[in-house]
Design a binder for this molecule. Structure first.
Ligand code: G
Ligand code: G
Ligand code: MN
Ligand code: NA
Length: 254
């Protein structure tokens, strides 16, 4: 059975899972956000790498078939988690260009928010730089509309795509997620330190907040903290896990 066939069946049988990984705010020690990450198991029950199946879902357009389930699951989780996490939180969903540029996207989100009793401010959408290339004017327009509705937007994987500062300066986004490629060798790599420092200063100036991805060690966190990056996502805090594992008080007290 090839992966394509397997994916088709998984879509029909609704076998995808949505796992959640916290993003922690060092300034107050709280979980500020959870990123929703799709997971799929093979026939033996082992996880298939998302790096294999997500590109296929996006290239084939099948991501559009999963979207209703995905958004509903994420919004239900946000509805639940934001009431449980002390101080509230939101759930971040990865969105590809095809979804963002689809005409009905905003209406679909709004309907799902209503059905799941989820406030717009409890959802954040993560978009990559790649999406801006396709149709920057339209992307900016959609993101602006989402912002006006109170839905947050984040730039994902910053620094790895075809980043154009010309777009970044025009983006109506709250968060910028600096890719883990720039975090991995902190605090030992001079080039990475220079880049992370500048991205931090740039975000200060643009009124965006930086999230450091892939924080795995205390040393990395300490360096980031000293350089005024306070939002972290990474194995140092927690790995992605099913929603059930985030529903206890102990899990939420990081
Ligand atoms: O989940 P990691 O756990 O391996 O995810 C690998 C990649 O897959 C990341 O780049 C992540 O953004 C992407 N990804 C995970 N879940 C989703 C999803 O629901 N939709 C889209 N478009 N990408 C996702
Ligand atoms: O591209 P995106 O940022 O959406 O992908 C998030 C991906 O990063 C997921 O695959 C998630 O499992 C992975 N991830 C999260 N934290 C860490 C970490 O500390 N180290 C590594 N290597 N990967 C991480
Ligand atoms: Mn992401
Ligand atoms: Na990323």
């Amino acid at each position: 059975l090839n992966l394509e066939e397997y994916l088709k069946r998984a879509i029909e049988e609704k076998r995808f899972e949505l796992w959640y990984q916290p993003i922690v705010n060092a300034a107050n020690g709280r979980i500020e956000e959870f990123e929703a990450l799709m997971r799929l198991r093979d026939e033996g029950g082992d996880l298939i790498s998302p790096e294999r199946f997500i590109p296929l879902l996006e290239e084939s357009g099948w991501i559009m078939l999963i979207e209703p389930w995905l958004l509903r699951a994420a919004a239900s989780a946000a509805s639940l988690l934001s009431r449980r996490v002390p101080g509230g939180c939101c759930v971040a969903v990865n969105i590809c260009g095809q979804q963002l540029l689809d005409n009905g996207f905003i209406e679909r989100i709004l309907r799902i928010l209503e059905e799941t009793a989820c406030e717009p401010g409890w959802i954040s959408l993560e978009v990559t730089e790649r999406q801006f290339l396709e149709n920057p004017e339209r992307v900016i327009q959609v993101l602006q509309a989402l912002r006006e509705l109170g839905i947050r937007v984040a730039v994902d994987d910053f620094g790895t795509g075809y980043s154009s500062l010309a777009y970044v300066k025009r983006l109506p986004v709250e968060h910028l997620k600096i890719d883990r490629e720039f975090i991995r060798e902190l605090p030992h790599s001079e080039p990475d330190k220079a880049i992370v420092r500048s991205v931090g200063r740039m975000c200060d100036g643009l009124g965006m907040r930086v999230i450091a991805e892939g924080v795995e060690t205390k040393e990395q966190m300490q360096w980031l903290y000293n350089h005024r990056v306070f939002l972290y996502q990474g194995y140092l805090f927690a790995r992605p896990a099913p929603l059930e594992s985030w529903l206890s008080e102990e899990a939420l007290a990081m």
